[in-house]
Design a protein around this ligand. Structure first.
Ligand code: 5GP
Ligand code: MN
Length: 328
């Protein structure tokens, strides 16, 4: 069904019970958009939606409403309204999918290129830098409180890599500027949640860079973190955030790959590209998805299988690109 803004707010107004959830392994945009919507509804409709997330990463705990997030996906009576944010398919929503299935009304608001339109009502804008950016366009500026503003700013900062990824547009900057007028402390959010690293994060970053390998004539860089290292350092998912971005800025590199072993022979894949390769297409081929320049998947096999499978697809895209250029 097509998304209608007025209808969406009517449904919010009419609902007695509202659930909001984001994707598994929540990142800045996931936490920022769910808590941004939570604060906005609380402040303007006088009701308390429940926010369901797998966890709230430590660095985001100061965002308003973070202390009210429900983890563990407990059983709930069917809700009047359920809203999935920053999440394009059932698998990414995880156990929160049960709430979506039983809810009287269900919406999805998302910006992933591979978003499948899996809810009753879907608002998917792949050109939008962040789900938080889409939410801003649904909100009335003068009804945004400081809590909602900080949450949306967090989402935009993280999904744009602090306004540097190619998804950053004039609209992104204008929205971020408008959010600053609501009292957001940009340095607290940018330094405190994006650049600041724990000692452990820096150690593992150093290790990944040192052990990284270049292939396809220096166009691809990859690094891997296996179970032995994860156990040795006691690494959680948040401890490896940002490593992929440092790999990507290696001179001459078009695609960066970081793989992390989840269980024996099962790998969490992160991919980033610079200008040519559509990594969302490659990740979608292996059951994942994401954006043209940033995507992920879970793949099985040996480290060598996973890297070979990915580099084969990258090579195909690079060859096709070269051929296109030669014909022009
Ligand atoms: P990351 O590498 O930071 O985990 O993910 C990069 C982007 O791809 C994010 O926008 C994330 O939401 C998306 N993404 C990561 N893993 C998956 C996946 O398994 N499936 C889908 N559909 N999207 C993913
Ligand atoms: Mn996002």
């Amino acid at each position: 069904m097509a998304f209608e803004k007025e209808k969406f707010w009517e449904d919010v107004k009419a609902a007695e019970t509202i659930g909001i959830a984001g994707h598994i392994r929540p990142d800045g945009d996931c936490v920022g958009s769910t808590l941004g919507l939570y604060c906005y509804i609380r402040d303007n409709f006088g009701k308390e939606p429940e926010v369901f997330l797998e966890e709230v990463p430590k660095a985001f705990e100061f965002i308003e409403g973070a202390d009210r997030v429900v983890t563990g996906y407990p059983n709930r009576e069917p809700m009047d309204l359920f809203i999935a944010l920053d999440c394009g398919d059932e698998g990414r929503l995880g156990k929160a999918m049960e709430y979506a299935k039983s809810a009287k009304k269900a919406y999805c608001i998302d910006h992933h290129a591979t978003s499948s339109g899996f809810m009753e009502n879907n608002l998917v804008i792949p050109d939008s830098a962040a789900t938080a950016q889409i939410l801003y366009t649904l909100f009335e500026d003068d009804k945004i409180g400081k809590g909602a503003a900080e949450a949306l700013y967090l989402g935009i900062v993280h999904d744009t890599g602090v306004f540097k990824h190619s998804c950053t547009t004039r609209e992104t900057m204008e929205i971020a500027g408008a959010l600053l007028d609501h009292g957001v402390s940009s340095s607290r959010i940018i330094d405190g949640t994006f650049y600041e690293k724990t000692y452990l994060q820096n150690q593992i970053l150093g290790r990944c860079l040192m052990e990284s390998i270049l292939c396809l004539d220096g166009k691809v860089i990859f690094s891997s973190i296996d179970r032995k290292i994860i156990n040795l350092y006691g690494l959680g998912p948040a401890d490896t955030e940002g490593i992929i971005d440092q790999l990507r800025v290696t001179k001459g590199v078009e695609v960066a790959i970081l793989i992390r072993e989840l269980t024996p022979r099962s790998w969490r894949v992160s991919m980033r590209s610079c200008e040519i390769v559509d990594v969302s297409k490659i990740c979608a081929m292996f059951g994942g998805g994401g954006h043209v320049r940033a995507a992920g998947a879970t793949m099985s096999g040996s480290r060598r299988d996973v890297i070979n499978n990915l580099t084969t697809e990258i090579e195909k895209q690079l060859e096709a690109w070269k051929k296109d250029r030669a014909e022009d």
